[in-house]
Design a protein around this ligand. Structure first.
Ligand SMILES: [Zn+2]
Length: 269
């Protein structure tokens, strides 16, 4: 793993859709949601990169080699560290207005200092402070981007984080970001579960109207079908019945609860 070509695994999923995968367990074994999926959509005149990953190795040259002469849009699904640390390789990034403040300042990674994995030394070279994004553009619900033959709509889906977004294309893809994937699921404190469920309902409604949509989550398996949304919705609703089984998980300052399909980390603060 001496350079970015070995670090990222690039695959062409459709003529117009590449997936660039990165294993976040390399950073700290506590992160089990491998791989992280960065998506690259190619319209006729514009490309869209969805998230910029962990910032360990250069991503921009890989993206550049795939997009040809197209203009590039870079969008963050939300501002958790594994989705944004490559931001400063790019001229400008789009992020939902609720989280723009996070990428406008240096990102403090000191919580990773004690990782047993040597790769975190790459962050140590920057004192675990990753520089902010250069130019930040703010996204809102229902914003639309025309990539040329592909149109992308921004769906604000708060819950996993206040500015989480999903993306709906007119070519049949729903990018569900960290709002829904099969794996360890990070949830806000219990008071905010109604917000999470409302966002999932919004996506379920869209899938009702467009039953052939394919779901592309930012972690683990893709594509998924709409069962991902109903499985997660029902799982979160059932957490109240499993509340007595909760264990403390201090690294995430969370309660951990498991069911047959998901492991939930529920924020304690
Ligand atoms: Zn996240």
């Amino acid at each position: 793993m001496s350079n970015s070509n070995h670090h990222f695994e690039v695959s062409k999923h459709k003529d117009y859709l590449y997936v660039i995968k990165e294993n976040i367990s390399l950073v700290h074994p506590v992160y089990t949601n491998d791989p992280l999926n960065l998506y690259l959509l190619l319209g006729s005149h514009t490309a869209l990169l969805l998230d910029t990953g962990c910032g360990l190795y250069p991503l921009q040259p890989i993206v550049k080699s795939l997009i040809g002469e197209r203009k590039l849009l870079v969008i963050n699904t939300h501002t958790h560290w594994d989705h944004i640390l490559g931001n400063n390789e790019f001229e400008e990034v789009y992020v939902h207005e609720n989280e723009a403040h996070v990428v406008s300042k240096s990102y403090n990674l000191s919580f990773l200092k004690d990782s047993p994995n040597e790769i975190v030394q790459r962050y140590g070279e920057q004192n675990f402070l990753i520089p902010p994004s250069k130019i930040i553009k703010r996204l809102r619900d229902d914003d639309i981007f025309d990539l040329g033959e592909i149109e992308v709509k921004i769906l604000h889906c708060p819950g996993h984080s206040p500015g989480s977004i999903c993306l709906l294309t007119n070519t049949g893809e729903l990018f569900t970001s960290d709002v829904a994937y099969y794996g360890d699921t990070f949830l806000p404190k219990r008071d905010l579960f109604p917000v999470v469920l409302k966002s999932l309902s919004k996506l379920m409604q869209i899938c009702e109207e467009q039953p052939d949509l394919e779901l592309y989550p930012s972690h683990q398996k893709y594509p998924c079908d709409k069962n991902l949304l109903t499985d997660l919705y029902n799982g979160i609703k059932n957490i109240k019945n499993l509340w007595d089984t909760k264990k403390s998980f201090d690294f995430f300052e969370a309660w951990q609860i498991d069911d047959d399909t998901f492991r939930y980390y529920i924020s304690r603060s």
